[in-house]
Ligand binder design. Structure first.
Ligand SMILES: NC(=O)c1ccc[n+]([C@@H]2O[C@H](COP(=O)([O-])OP(=O)(O)OC[C@H]3O[C@@H](n4cnc5c(N)ncnc54)[C@H](O)[C@@H]3O)[C@@H](O)[C@H]2O)c1
Ligand SMILES: O=c1ccn([C@@H]2O[C@H](COP(=O)(O)OP(=O)(O)O[C@H]3O[C@H](CO)[C@H](O)[C@H](O)[C@H]3O)[C@@H](O)[C@H]2O)c(=O)[nH]1
Length: 325
């Protein structure tokens, strides 16, 4: 297939593009480099620099069988402070992409949705039937796009899948997490081990969880990339299907820091800090639907493997930067 990947210069889009290339697909990446990096676009893949609004129509006109849509703004605190950027950058840009797809007759789309659409869940593990009640503008914009996809499937015959990722981590070879504004736990903790930060703040230790810190479901980016290949195959005209993607196992913030200490051999000082606004206590996925309908079985389920792969990536980047300095 010839596939357009929006956001393919970002973390998950870059890793998935490499996975698609390795599976024999022809990939063209469209990315405005607002949070991505030119050198994250995998070798052997075409790259078009630009925004969805400006250039998606042009790229789609060159002949594309399907779109994987990763491009988004995804920093939760920024979305709270500047919701308009998220409604415009996520919902506005996605509607523009859908229009360009309609105009060029491209009818297959896999979309990066998120567990953040569920907000504070009533029960865990979270199934796709759980109420959609996002607790921040980022999650609200992703829920709105999911709803738009359902309507485009119903009214315009779109073949669409929304993949609701839980906490993505790890690396696919040289494709790892490199956000300029980093809010995610594992890269922050590994940054302490690399001496880039003095300590990690633990946001809240009074949650109703076994050790009082937040529990999350960490999924390896390689498993996530594989789910996209399967989702592409499952796209059916006139149908929008939603799948939660996680391992079904929860790890606390303290668990994560402990595994990072084991993997890096660094003491990684941790400092108690107030809760981060909008953080649910526990988010753990039920991915039964993905397993049953997509035949997806995650391969790298252990937290140690996920952290070890992230560490290989981060320590390699640090060594390369040290070499350049
Ligand atoms: N990282 C996670 O744990 C996680 C969890 C759930 C969902 N997601 C979703 O997965 C997707 C990828 O996340 P990521 O962590 O790789 O983020 P990222 O910031 O690394 O990648 C996003 C990419 O999109 C590009 N981009 C943004 N707006 C654009 C536009 N209008 N036109 C063209 N390019 C644009 C950026 O430059 C960047 O390269 C996002 O949609 C995010 O909401 C991520
Ligand atoms: O320095 C830090 C950073 C994070 N945390 C804690 O670590 C946990 C994980 O936080 P992340 O920021 O790594 O991830 P989130 O669970 O907040 O959110 C991520 O996963 C969500 C789905 O679960 C959404 O998809 C969202 O886009 C994505 O950022 C949270 O309890 C957070 O409070 C800390 O204690 N200290």
């Amino acid at each position: 297939m010839r596939i357009l990947v929006t956001g393919g210069a970002g973390y998950i889009g870059g890793a998935t593009t490499a996975r698609l290339r390795d599976a024999g697909h022809d990939v063209v990446v469209l990315d405005d480099l607002s949070t991505g990096h030119r050198d994250a676009v995998p070798d052997g893949c075409a790259f078009v620099e630009g925004g969805i609004r400006d250039r998606a129509h042009e790229v789609l006109s060159t002949g594309v069988d399907a779109v994987l849509h990763f491009a988004a703004k995804s920093v939760v605190p920024e979305s709270v402070a500047h919701p308009e950027r998220y409604w415009d950058g996520n919902v506005g840009a996605s509607l523009a992409l859908l229009e360009a797809m309609r105009a060029t007759g491209v009818r297959t789309l896999v979309f990066s949705s998120t567990a953040a659409v569920y907000g504070e869940p009533e029960t865990v593990p979270i199934t796709e039937d759980a109420p959609v009640r996002p607790g921040n503008p980022y999650g609200a914009t992703k829920a709105a796009i999911d709803a738009a996809l359902a309507e485009h499937a119903r009214m315009h015959g779109l073949a669409a899948v929304s993949l609701r990722y839980f906490n993505v981590a790890g690396a696919y070879g040289p494709h790892g997490e490199r956000h300029t504004t980093e809010t995610h736990l594992i890269p922050i903790v590994l940054g302490v081990a690399l001496g880039e930060r003095p300590s990690v703040a633990v946001y809240g230790d009074d949650y109703a969880t076994p050790d009082g810190t937040c529990v999350r479901d960490y999924i390896h980016v390689t498993d996530l990339a594989d789910a996209h290949l399967r989702a592409l195959e499952a796209c059916t005209p006139g149908r929008h299907r939603v799948y939660n993607l996680g391992n079904g196992a929860g790890f606390s913030v303290r668990d994560v820091i402990g595994v990072c200490r084991e993997v890096t051999g660094h003491p990684i000082p941790a400092v108690a800090a107030p809760r981060r606004p909008g953080d649910p206590g526990t988010l753990v996925a039920s991915s039964e639907r993905a397993r049953t309908e997509l035949g997806w079985t995650p391969q790298y389920t252990g937290l140690r493997r996920i952290v070890a792969d992230a560490w290989s990536f981060h320590s390699g980047v640090a060594a390369a930067e040290g070499g350049r300095a």
